[in-house]
Design a protein around this ligand. Sequence first.
Ligand code: G3P
Ligand code: CA
Length: 293
Amino acid sequence: MRRTAALRQWLHVLLLLCLPLGLAASTAAQPSVAPKPIIIAHRGASGHAPEHTLTSYRLAARMQADYIEVDVRATRGGKLVALHDATLVRTTNAETVYPRRSPWQVSDFSIRELKKLDAGAWFAPRFAGERVPTLDEVIQLLKAERVEAPLYIETKQPGIEKAVAHLLQSHHMLRPDRVMFQSFSRKSLEALRRLIPRGIPLIQLIDGREAQHWNDQRLRQIASYADGIGLPLSAVTKERVRAAHRRGLIVHVYTVNAPHDLARLCAMGVDGIFTDYPDRPARIAACRRPPDH
Ligand code: G3P
Ligand code: CA
């Protein structure tokens, strides 16, 4: 039974990889009630392919994600790359390729060295050969595939804001319909605010520990420099969503994969959902949108 389910899911992904983009679009649209949260592909379609790889982003686009999330860090030499962790241990074979370079911090490696690493085999053997993409390569891919979905960029380390803004500017993507920014660091968001045109949303991420000290004064403070909050699934309640909306803050929730959680949050009126499975919301009535939305 499980083998058939796994086989069916794998065939679904295969079909999506082979289908031309237009055809994929026509199969996704289903009638339903409005308004619905935006669906954000968390690290790309990271439930189906290794996170932060070009395959993961391509799949997220084919699955009709509204936004594609990219965690951004800088290498030694300042090249912007798509990586979540501060080290290369979990998602690459750095320990094997560079056994004497512990603790394998991203910022200790040049882009040339990073490009020698395999960023796919850890997820499944069929993804062996995937590379760590630069942010520029991610943008080039989405342009080449005529992907409409804007980027949802998270600055994962302080001091990269100027480089990120300049790169997006060079691709004419520093616009409200092409990008949104988020960070756990208030400092990083305030640096971005000084660099980017008005209208591009800034989202203050809140982790589980901070969510325990939830209070309206903190919301008021966030509303003075950001347009929304990013809350962990464990900390979301109807009251908190209402309180944030009262402060004019949109609410995005991370990371939601279980269908029952997706349905619950869609019904709760949150404004955005991060998920590793951007293909799932379309199969949940509470998350489906009317055709014209
Ligand atoms: O922004 C939502 C989420 O991406 C934040 O957590 O650790 O997955 O980057 P993390
Ligand atoms: Ca992130």
